[in-house]
Design a binder for this molecule. Structure first.
Ligand code: HEM
Length: 543
């Protein structure tokens, strides 16, 4: 048989085998190169895919809530401490299934609110915001959407516009005069010390009430007798306190906002506190608004005299009311919240810092003397020239922000910010505290130094910072629409208190010690500040 096999056949056979093997080899080569490509692609995409910002390891389902709750400190303090330990200016903390992203870097903050503002311009759905805004009716609390656009347009065009600002000036002037009388009366009644927190809140509450209701203070009128000691009536004080309780709790870290299945239990008690404060805060406001709506309905009013009239009389193109009673009530409460807190807190802190560094107070008083003299009191038209006084206020906004974090912003889609992946629905918290005290940005950040905001050219000092090195009014779509009003009432209050009175520190008042636990407790000063005051100008100048 073997002999029967001819040479060409053998050759042919080997050729076949060799071709077969060469095919197999090529196929293997192709197969391997495909596998290699896929693997390297996969590897490179995982390697290049931006990661979440660094953060503590979350537990399944509850995320980092156990760490947050077990930590004895308030949530904002725990977060800042964590970031300090991790040496990071952005962090990702998972609470429940929500990614919470605190930020203390101005550069990253600008990427969120400038470069990608449209993605980060919504607000979270949360229990506190829902209760305070009476079901998401007003601009501050509303997630992005038609209702927010409507309310924001109304604010910018009809309430906080330049025209309205001028139109309401007389009412602000009345309160700027009245605050002088309020303090003066306490001085001549030999009040040994004055509660500065009460004074600053009293002024802010009066300004916004006068602009909205053409009335001084919430509820019943209190004093109109000159020369008598003026006190807030108990009811009205309760109302102001309730507004501050709402301010403290809205957008706080409520457990049920991150674990909605626990909402019925109100584990941290926030819901009960907010509900109670809301009832007290709105009792008089709602009554007043209902009465005014009736007055207009009955035809007993024909001329708009204040913000409430404007809100009631707003009409759309078809002549229908733009706002219903519920929306007006919610918006009026929001005005109160927005006006009462930041200005009063900033002025209280500025005077407290000045009394601990009297040279700063002296320089501010000299500036007022040089610009205005001693024959009249500061007017709103003088404020642009009071650059040092404004620098003092700005320094308070930097060093002593009212709240640790800005109002929360929520992302509407997945995005990449800096090198980090930020998933849709993340809650971005720009840290007012971390930005204003960032040692990379500010020299000697814990020191109250107003000069840092002045420049040699003598440019106008403005409170906003477009680079977000400090967060006063914020920027972008959700930035504060009340910048002009807020800046004016804050500066006016400080200027009048400095021009009208000589302030000094009373000994041994617990709220007055700046070194006690400083800096940790500096931004959360729960003790009101007390000071002694003496009129600086002739008696007949006080209104
Ligand atoms: C010194 C005074 C004030 C300061 C420092 C201040 C600061 C702020 C800040 C930080 C925000 C959040 C911005 C953001 O989410 O990025 C805000 C929002 C807001 N502020 Fe002010 N504010 C002041 C006064 C006022 C006044 C007097 C009003 C109006 C009566 C006002 C009305 C509002 C409203 C309606 C929003 C919500 C904007 C939105 O979400 O669309 N603010 N403010």
């Amino acid at each position: 048989m073997i002999r029967n096999i001819k040479l060409p056949h053998i050759f042919y056979f080997f050729q076949m085998v060799s071709t077969f093997f060469s095919y197999i080899t090529t196929l293997w080569q192709i197969f391997f190169s495909i596998i290699l490509k896929i693997t390297s692609k996969l590897l490179s995409t995982t390697r290049n895919k931006p990661l979440l910002p660094p953060g503590p390891k979350p537990w399944p389902i509850v995320g980092c809530i156990p760490q947050m709750v077990l930590n004895k400190k308030p949530a904002f303090e725990w977060i800042h401490k964590l970031m300090e330990e991790m040496e990071t200016e952005i962090c990702c903390i998972r609470l429940g299934n929500v990614h919470v992203i605190p930020v203390t870097s101005p550069e990253l903050a600008c990427l969120f609110l400038k470069n990608q503002d449209s993605i980060f311009s919504s607000r979270p759905i949360c229990m506190s915001a829902n209760l305070v805004s009476n079901g998401y009716l007003t601009s501050l609390f509303l997630p992005m959407g038609d209702q927010w656009m409507k309310m924001r347009r109304i604010l910018s065009s009809h309430v906080l516009s330049a025209t309205s600002f001028q139109w309401l000036r007389r009412k602000r002037d009345e309160e700027a005069d009245h605050i002088l009388r309020f303090v003066y009366d306490q001085c001549i009644n030999k009040r040994l010390v004055i509660n500065l927190r009460k004074v600053t809140r009293y002024y802010c509450a009066n300004v916004i009430n006068n602009m909205i209701f053409s009335k001084r203070l919430l509820g019943k009128r209190i004093m109109e007798n000159r020369g008598t000691l003026v006190e807030l009536q108990e009811d009205q004080e309760k109302q102001v306190d309730a507004i501050f309780t709402l301010l403290e709790y809205f957008h706080s870290f409520g457990i049920s906002d991150y674990l909605p299945w626990l909402s019925g239990l109100d584990l941290d008690g926030h819901k009960a506190i907010i509900k109670k404060a809301f009832l007290i805060a709105t009792k008089h406001i709602d009554l007043e608004i209902d009465q005014r709506i009736h007055i207009w309905k009955d035809g007993n009013k024909t001329v708009e005299e204040d913000i409430l009239d404007v809100l009631i009389m707003l009409r759309d193109t078809n002549g229908n009311p733009m706002l219903n009673a519920k929306e007006i009530k919610a918006q009026v409460l929001e005005f109160m919240l927005a006006t009462l807190d930041n200005p009063s807190y900033a002025v209280e802190w500025t005077i407290k810092e000045m009394l601990n560094q009297p040279k700063i107070m002296q320089r501010a008083i000299e500036e007022i003397g040089n610009v205005i003299g001693n024959n009249r009191f500061v007017q709103e038209s003088d404020l642009p020239q009071l650059n040092y006084v404004k620098a003092c206020v700005k320094e308070s906004f930097r060093l002593h922000p009212l709240a640790a974090f800005n109002a929360p912003h929520v992302s509407l889609s997945d995005s990449v910010v800096g090198d980090y992946f930020i998933p849709k629905g993340s809650v971005v918290l720009l840290s007012r505290l971390g930005l204003g005290r960032n040692p990379r940005v500010w020299d000697d950040p814990m020191k109250f130094k107003p000069e840092r905001h002045m420049n040699e050219e003598g440019d106008d000092v403005v409170f906003t910072d477009s680079e977000l090195r400090l967060l006063s009014f914020s920027i972008g779509r959700r930035g504060c629409p009340g910048v002009k009003l807020g800046s004016t009432i804050t500066t006016m209050l400080l200027a009048r208190l400095l021009q009208g009175f000589t302030w000094s520190l009373p000994p041994n008042f617990p709220g007055n010690d700046l070194t006690d636990n400083y800096p940790e407790s500096a931004f959360l000063c729960t003790m009101p500040f007390f000071a002694k005051a003496k009129p600086r100008l002739p008696k007949d100048m006080y209104p």
